[in-house]
Design a protein around this ligand. Structure first.
Ligand code: PEP
Length: 253
């Protein structure tokens, strides 16, 4: 009943020609997505229109931005609004990635405003949450993630929440080669789902897709995706290599 998604986060990588090649290579693999399965490609802003055009005739393939601004419009030189993204047909927007939280000081409160902008403009947020290593070592990761959810999502209505996808990305596993074990991922995903159910109702908990992110690769995707509360993945490094990304998508069940 809930969507299974593999989303590739290109971050600040690739030229336009390289990105085009990557998308064409992914499409050439001839993937047949099952009902309810989606592939999302989160490109840098300048490539979104091109990516959208390349994926136009491929049902189940969508485009995501990696960020949007928290205000509707105005004097914010260099920034991109949710309305702009909507105007070029973008489907999803990644919000709250740990790199943005760390390097651009994005707080839970600011992310609540970004979520509002995204939803007001018909974009589906992929909301990232996840704990740093010291929090995991202190075994306080549940409280940490609960606070992220509460401060950025709990002001929404249950209807609005239906548009939101959550990505659990333990920071210690992002780009490090360290992956959360399937048991660690399952525990946290079940916890996130229970938190959502407590706040928004049982249906909302059952409906929301929760993706895993953090050094997911062809070799561990099958085990991670087989966990009952893991609905796919947000993939960084491995999304830049067509064969790896395709292989991860093929692990969706
Ligand atoms: C990410 O940046 O969202 C991510 C999961 O990166 P990686 O797969 O490279 O760990």
């Amino acid at each position: 009943m809930r969507k299974k998604i593999v989303a590739g986060n290109w971050k600040m990588n690739l030229t336009l020609a390289q990105g085009e090649q990557l998308i064409n290579d992914i499409l050439q693999a001839g993937l047949t997505l099952k009902e309810g399965q989606e592939v999302v490609v989160a490109t840098p802003f300048p490539y979104l229109l091109k990516a959208k055009a390349l994926l136009k005739n491929y049902p189940g393939f969508y485009v995501a931005a990696q960020n949007c601004h928290s205000e509707k419009s105005g004097a914010y030189t260099g920034e991109v609004s949710a309305e702009m993204l909507q105007s070029i047909g973008v489907d999803y927007v990644i919000l709250g990635h740990s790199e943005r939280r760390e390097y651009f000081q994005e707080s839970n409160a600011m992310l609540a405003k970004k979520i509002d902008q995204a939803l007001a403009n018909g974009l589906k947020p992929i909301f990232c949450c996840g704990e740093p290593l010291e929090v995991r070592q202190a075994e306080t990761q549940n409280a940490y993630v609960a606070k992220q959810l509460e401060e950025s999502l709990y002001h929404l209505t249950a209807e609005q929440l239906k548009q939101v996808v959550i990505a659990y990305e333990p920071i210690w596993a992002i780009g490090t080669g360290l992956t959360a074990s399937a048991a660690q991922a399952q525990d946290m995903h079940a916890f996130i789902r229970s938190q959502i159910a407590n706040k928004f109702g049982r249906e909302a908990g059952l409906h929301i897709s929760v993706l895993y992110g953090g050094s997911a690769k062809p070799g561990n995707a099958a085990e991670l995706f087989s966990c009952p509360d893991v609905d796919g993945g947000l993939i960084g490094g491995a999304s830049l290599v067509a064969a790896d990304f395709v292989s991860i998508i093929e692990k969706l069940s």
